[in-house]
Design a protein around this ligand. Structure first.
Ligand code: 5GP
Length: 177
């Protein structure tokens, strides 16, 4: 198999969109503090880059989850590999996700975190594949809506590789010979 990556969203477009999202967040959370929850590992680049443009006081925490499915779609049953280190009760919480596909992972995560009684709980995703949605989950901030294609870069991986690409690319796997 030969792997090829073609650019879908270049670096400059990503930076511009992140600044727009941050401006909206700054306006809507004015006078408040915001607690960002980065979902490892895919959301690391997005969380850090977005946080640079946020002007209201920011705290951050990290969570690692695994979603078990048939290898193509997630089942929606998630295992927490690494839980948050801080209590989210009474905080203004924003979950930062890399990509929403079926929505099952986030739907589960959202309900789980809601039970911890944050003051508010919203979801921010860099990428959304709306046509793949199965679970009803409310995404408050979306960077880009994309078609159903496998993307890598800016934190997103294929077999743990490509996370360091500064852009979002579409991965294609070609048979050789
Ligand atoms: P969902 O539960 O919404 O079906 O799955 C979301 C998760 O699947 C994402 O957090 C991500 O880990 C993975 N995922 C879905 N689509 C893609 C994709 O196009 N590229 C990569 N790298 N991961 C994806």
């Amino acid at each position: 198999m030969r792997e090829q990556v073609s650019v879908l969203i270049e670096e400059e477009r990503l930076a511009a969109r992140l600044q727009e999202l941050a401006a909206q967040i700054n306006e809507e959370y004015a006078g408040k503090k915001i607690h960002l929850i980065c979902i490892l590992k895919g959301s690391v680049f997005f969380t850090c880059e977005l946080a640079k443009y946020i002007k209201v006081p920011v705290t951050m925490d990290f969570m690692s989850v695994s979603s078990y499915g048939d290898g193509v779609t997630s089942s929606g049953y998630i295992t927490i590999n690494q839980d948050l280190t801080m209590d989210i009760r009474d905080r203004e919480v924003l979950i930062i996700e890399d990509i929403v596909d079926s929505g099952r992972t986030l739907a589960y995560l959202y309900h789980m975190l809601k039970k911890r009684e944050p003051a508010s709980l919203r979801i921010c995703t860099l990428l959304d594949k709306p046509e793949k949605r199965i679970s009803d989950v409310e995404i408050y901030y979306t960077g880009f809506e994309i078609e159903d294609q496998y993307v890598v870069g800016f934190g997103l991986d294929y077999a743990q590789r490509y996370r360091n690409l500064p852009y979002i690319g579409v991965l294609s796997l070609d048979e050789i010979g």
